[in-house]
Design a binder for this molecule. Structure first.
Ligand code: BGC
Length: 809
């Protein structure tokens, strides 16, 4: 099986929208869905182009109420190319016979191509070939090579190439009642006989975007018509073709916007670049070289598992297209659905936690720049905390341009067709993940400058928020955190209660305890000057830090019988759900919340969860770290309780989020590698097989994509950075026999190969200071050129298959 490409060999209109998301091309700065050049928005297609950080805010009226939303804008469609026989209709595959069809996304070089033969109603057969890329080397550039060959006809035709500025945001059916028009064409015009431009501005955020297009036709004789309509501009070429004579158009676009750096004006830059860049082949060659370099840094080779190898590459590919080296200068976070569609309006959630660890030991520069996205929104988080009655900084659950809370307060249940109140914004746990991400980044990179200047400030302010959110409970001499929602979004209130949120979500509380303790410890390890400055700038009193430690030790974690962690206080009193009944009734019950609501019932009443909640604790921490945290909290820790909790909580999950599968695979890897492998495969299939049934066409699930790569990179290899040592504690599923990868650890480049029962390590590049690597209980210093190898021990895992197999989907 080819592991470097995604191929389709038939045209399937019902699948087009899904393929468009899966075949998106991008470079971290902008991305364009893999829609066909001739397609327009309709039942089968949704062309879309998105800019990292390209948001616009607008007001919609829903049921008489004003609702404000911020959306990732769908910008003018630049890929438009089509042809027709004179006086006939423009190309439309749904009205023709598709005789053959080949579509390929080449992951190695980031090129999307199509080759198809078509027959029209008059029996005229044509071959159409297209190649497209969004340059990874020059982020402002993209190109298409479009060729047509008459197979059994000759005669006059017209070819049209244009930009469509009349597009809006209508990629997600559920959002159709909301305002969709986010930009207006300001001006358009011709530059010369080959080129034209279009300039657009968003209605509220006032982002100006300019696209300049150059079309080069291979024919020397042609008639040429320049046209401008209200929202679009294009060139039409009239030519005559002989049978088997191929004509080619090379369409190159330059794109700039007003938030760019080193900028005079977007339109000026777009026109200027278009005049200076080389021809299609030259631009393509440098794009290919850049991808070669990226793959050298980021590839994972699985030599004997072609399907898994291909999907891992597919996931790495989309991750790098969403967050690439081009992000380093941008002020954009990681949109949970990539730059691939409009789901969740391009917002940034906590999904970073699945993405950062991977970047930390591959391209930490990107992770740093994404953390800076949070730092720049610290003031907004402070306002958010203050306005909600707390101290410090409270980051929003959904974030967009400026860091204010972007969560909707009401959402449409597509099953019942009703708009229902949405209080999932109460997921304050996102704040702890920001602290966790800073800590992990620092561990991997030792970037003290980032930690002391930016990281520490965020950590301290978040802790301050948590300390102010906790309330003392005299009865149990512990602290509570009330009115929150945990990662399981199905419980947003107690049944029949008017109060929003639930109390003492175990995961939230556990993380808060860890945050407070870790922040104080890290702060105390900073240079004394910086500590003094921070205390003075943030006006932190000396006893505040001690008070945080006290609260950290005394936070309440709800426990049920037998070491089972209760998801939140009162969860155990909820009703059992008759899973079999709903499975029989609906088949797919991943979104059981929507089904229950449509039946007039309430998910809050039942013991169930959408995704890993308690189980996140085992995903984020190793058993010995957990033990220390339990000890610190004064709760009894029993190693066996991990298994019991996995068994218990796994059985209650509807897996309504793709993120769960990653977590399940991870936590099971320590106990049952076969089951872990099972969940790994499920997670790998999330997008390619659209296992949620229709969500991928609205955008990929970047957290799950990155999470699967991280499962191989860190979980199966057991790579863990601790106390300045990069450790390897492999427990590799038996299905993997040959695994090769390369990681970066504090400037050192380390190649790691697993072949059968042997692990070979080669230090390819090393900084001046020797590094430290640990395996089989020993730490070794290393320098450039050093090589190590060790035999893998058979994995000793507690086999729990029989006990948890009932929880399999
Ligand atoms: C999940 C969240 C996630 C969000 C964006 C939701 O369905 O429940 O945990 O952050 O999607 O991916």
């Amino acid at each position: 099986m080819e592991t470097w490409s995604l191929t389709y060999d038939e045209w399937d209109p019902q699948e087009e929208r899904l393929r468009e998301a899966l075949c998106t091309l991008g470079n971290g700065y902008f991305a364009t869905r893999g829609a066909a050049e001739e397609s327009t928005t309709g039942d089968f297609h949704y062309p879309g182009t998105y800019l990292a950080g390209g948001f616009n805010r607008s007001i919609s009226i829903i049921a008489g109420e004003e609702i404000q939303n911020e959306d990732l804008v769908n910008w003018p469609n630049w890929i438009c190319l089509s042809f027709r026989h004179v006086n006939d209709e423009w190309l439309d595959l749904s009205k023709m016979e598709v005789l053959s069809y080949q579509q390929e996304l080449d992951l190695r070089s980031g090129v999307l191509s199509r080759c198809l033969t078509l027959r029209d109603k008059y029996g005229r057969e044509s071959e159409l070939k297209t190649n497209r890329f969004v340059s990874m080397s020059n982020k402002h550039v993209a190109g298409i090579k479009w060729s047509l060959r008459p197979l059994n006809w000759s005669g006059p035709i017209e070819i049209k190439s244009w930009i469509d500025g009349g597009v809006d945001n209508s990629g997600v059916h559920r959002y159709r009642e909301l305002n969709r028009k986010h930009h207006t064409v300001r001006r358009s015009g011709n530059i010369d006989r080959e080129s034209f431009y279009l300039e657009t501005t968003t209605n509220e955020s006032q982002i100006v975007m300019a696209q300049a297009i150059r079309n080069r036709i291979s024919k020397s004789e042609f008639k040429f018509d320049e046209w401008i309509k209200e929202d679009s501009i294009g060139h039409t070429f009239s030519i005559t073709l002989d049978e088997q004579e191929e004509v080619t158009i090379e369409k190159v676009m330059a794109l700039f916007h007003s938030r760019d750096r080193a900028l005079s004006h977007p339109l000026y830059e777009a026109k200027r670049l278009l005049m200076k860049i080389g021809n299609y082949e030259e631009i393509l060659a440098s794009h290919r070289r850049e991808w070669e370099h990226l793959w050298h840094l980021c590839d994972i080779e699985l030599l004997d598992n072609p399907r898994e190898a291909k999907l891992l590459r597919f996931h790495i590919f989309h991750l790098l297209q969403t967050v690439s080296l081009h992000n380093i200068d941008l002020d954009a976070g990681v949109p949970s659905r990539g730059l691939h569609g409009e789901a969740y309006r391009g917002h940034i959630f906590w999904d970073e936690v699945y993405i950062f660890p991977l970047l930390n030991i591959r391209v930490p520069e990107i992770a740093r720049s994404l953390l800076m996205y949070r730092y720049r929104r610290l003031d907004e988080a402070r306002i958010n905390a203050r306005e909600s009655g707390f101290e410090g900084a409270m980051y929003p659950w959904q974030s967009g341009s400026n860091g204010e809370e972007e969560s909707q307060l009401t959402h449409l249940n597509p099953v019942s067709g009703k708009w229902i109140p949405d209080s999932t914004y109460l997921q304050r746990h996102i704040n702890s993940i920001i602290v966790y991400n800073i800590w992990k980044y620092y561990q991997a990179t030792n970037d003290l400058e980032f930690l002391s200047f930016f990281g520490a400030e965020m950590m301290l302010e978040i802790c301050r928020f948590w300390a102010s959110k906790m309330t003392y409970n005299l009865d149990r001499d512990r602290y509570d955190i009330k009115n929150v929602v945990g990662p399981d979004e199905f419980h947003t209130a107690y049944p029949d209660s008017d109060e929003l949120g639930i109390n003492n979500n175990a995961y939230t509380n556990f993380m808060v305890s860890w945050c407070l303790k870790t922040t104080v410890e890290l702060f105390r390890s900073l240079p004394v000057n910086r500590r003094r400055d921070l205390l003075s700038i943030l006006q932190i009193k000396n006893d505040e830090l001690d008070m945080w430690l006290e609260k950290s030790r005394k936070i309440f974690i709800p426990m049920a019988e037998g070491g089972i962690i209760e998801q939140f206080e009162g969860f155990e009193k909820l009703e059992d759900l008759n899973w079999d009944h709903y499975k029989r009734k609906y088949g797919n019950i991943q979104r059981i919340d929507r089904l229950l609501e449509a039946e007039g019932d309430d998910p809050n009443k039942y013991k169930l969860n959408k995704q890993s909640d308690v189980l996140m604790i085992y995903y984020l921490f190793l058993p010995d770290e957990l033990e220390k945290n339990y000890e610190w909290l004064g709760y009894h820790f029993d190693k066996d309780s991990i298994l019991k909790n996995i068994q218990y909580h796994l059985a209650l999950s509807s897996n309504g989020s793709t993120l769960s599968r990653v977590v399940h695979s991870w936590i099971l890897s320590r106990y049952d590698l076969d089951l872990s492998w099972h969940w790994f495969l499920r997670a790998l299939e999330s997008d390619i097989s659209d296992i949620q049934g229709g969500t991928t066409e609205e955008g990929i699930h970047l957290g799950a994509m990155a999470g699967t790569v991280d499962l191989v990179q860190r979980c199966f290899t057991g790579i863990e950075v601790r106390d300045d040592v990069i450790w390897l504690l492999p427990h590799i599923p038996s299905k993997i026999r040959h695994l090769n990868l390369r990681v970066r650890f504090r400037g050192h480049s380390i190649q790691i190969r697993f072949a059968d029962d042997l692990c070979k390590i080669k230090i390819e590049r090393s900084w001046l200071v020797p590094g430290k690597i640990g395996f089989q209980g020993e730490v070794h210093e290393f320098n450039e050129g050093d090589e190590f190898s060790f035999k893998l021990k058979p994995v000793e895992a507690d086999v729990i298959t029989d006990r948890i197999s009932s929880a399999l989907p």
